[in-house]
Ligand binder design. Structure first.
Ligand code: OOG
Ligand code: MG
Length: 257
């Protein structure tokens, strides 16, 4: 069908933009896509990655904090997919040639211990967890000037492009009220608190369980969930040394080359 072809064409365009680290024009400037279509494009675009051997490692939420909503002008919670190619090593390097205009943002990560196949209440989340960790997400919109509509960013897998995890801590380690600082070259560029994420990052896990299970997508043991950034994101450049400091959850570092 014509409609399906159009979605597939957009999915290919976005996949190529990510693969070649080359920005494209916002879809919504020329094409009218609704929310359902934008998630369908995201799924098709990710299928192209799986076809090249990438493996789904989990899911991320976006716009779960006021700071992020205001920075990007999008006020709805969105979700995207993470793959093994996006993993960055703690204390490792990030190759800037694989990115267009990357930004970094501090997050909280969850490791799933038990299959989630129904919507969870916040108080139930803990029993489904295997661990919690500090995280830094690298986002890299495939759109020129990092500008997008809600539908654009969803189709673009919510700008997902990299994530670094700190050491996994026991599931019961508190993730609420964690003071967070983000440093670039030893200068503190963002300061925040994990409660900026929906009041408590565990609420993000409850939210994604609700969203995904409504679509009959289950979250498998071992998968990683990124709760969404606690602060605005900051552009990063070759030579930068990035550090996230998350109180008792520890630190994460990487260098951009
Ligand atoms: C979209 C991704 C948002 C978050 O943590 O809020 C996101 C973007 O800002 O490019 O990852
Ligand atoms: Mg994020």
């Amino acid at each position: 069908m014509k409609q399906d072809n159009r979605e597939q064409d957009i999915a290919v365009k976005l996949d190529q933009a990510a693969f070649n680290s080359k920005a494209i024009e916002q879809i919504s400037l020329k094409d009218d896509i609704d929310l359902e279509q934008s998630y369908a494009i995201q799924a098709s675009s990710l299928q192209l990655r799986y076809d090249r051997g990438e493996i789904l490692t989990g899911y991320k939420l976006g716009f779960t904090s006021k700071a992020k909503m205001e920075q990007m002008g999008v006020h709805e919670i969105i979700w995207g997919r993470l793959t093994n190619k996006m993993e960055l090593k703690n204390n490792g390097v990030m190759q800037s040639k694989n990115f267009i205009h990357p930004r970094v943002e501090p997050e909280i990560a969850f490791k799933i211990g038990k299959c989630i196949d129904r919507p969870l209440a916040v108080h139930e989340c803990l029993e489904y967890l295997d661990g919690v960790a500090a995280a830094l997400e690298v986002i890299d919109s495939r759109y020129e000037n990092f500008k997008f509509s809600l539908e654009d960013v969803i189709a673009d897998n919510c700008s997902s492009s990299g994530y670094a995890l700190g050491e996994w801590k026991p599931a019961g380690t508190p993730v609420h009220d964690v003071g967070i600082s983000l440093y670039i070259d030893s200068e503190e560029v963002q300061q925040g608190n994990s409660n900026a994420i929906l009041g408590n990052p565990l609420a993000s896990l409850a939210e994604i369980s609700r969203i995904l299970t409504a679509q009959e997508i289950q979250i498998d043991p071992g998968m990683v969930i990124l709760a969404g950034a606690a602060t605005s994101a900051v552009f990063i450049h070759p030579g930068n040394k990035i550090k996230g400091s998350f109180g008792d959850l520890g630190e994460i570092n990487f260098t951009v080359v």
